[in-house]
Write a protein that binds this ligand. Sequence first.
Ligand SMILES: [Zn+2]
Length: 254
Amino acid sequence: MKVWFLGTGTSQGIPVIGSSHPVCLSNDHKDKRLRVSVWIHWDNYSYVIDCGPDFRQQMLVSKCPQVDGILFTHEHADHTAGLDDIRPFFFKQGDIPIYANKRVIENLKRRFDYIFEQENKYPGAPSVHVKEVKSNQPFTIGNKIVQPFVALHGSLEVMGYRIDDFAYLTDVKTIADEEIAKLKGVKVMVVSALRVEPHPTHFNLEEALDFIKIVQPERAYLTHISQHMGFHEEVQKQLPENVFLAYDNLEITI
Ligand SMILES: [Zn+2]
């Protein structure tokens, strides 16, 4: 299984529009971060986690040929605002399966009402096939089982996903012990780490590293990174040897 980091930035992306922060002015491609998402593919299967406002650009850059489904972590715009751009995949493939909890589905129905419209639908609008995810119910994508788990983003419940030895969790501030237990034995984990300073709804770097110590994956990748984390190259040097700052268009093999 391969995991392509389509975007590794926080909600505004890096560079932030109009910002003169040194990281926003960096010429290192690893300091340029689109909104957070991954493309997971194996055999002939191809799925993405989240579908933010940079989805179109990410699909073009990665040359992702098909989307067999989208797994949503939560409804915030940096994770969902690109949903309209599934249209090219819909035209080729038909209704695109989306996996999300009930609250996220209801939110998407309000914000993208035309996508869910059943009558007098505009012919160019895409359609989705809704698959409701419940935290204690594993489900199948392609020929693999997905174990969903929950964490809290402030007071908002977000969904993380484990597929075989790989786990993905973003926008987390706290996670219950029984949910951490679902990560036992995971080999590669992606987890969000916003910046060095604490934040009310996100792990900072220290919290993410503490969490990695508890889960003990062989390798961990940090994502959802803000410019306040610092320059990629400098931050990477300070990390434990099995922890990596993810960067856009990094592809890893699980
Ligand atoms: Zn986010």
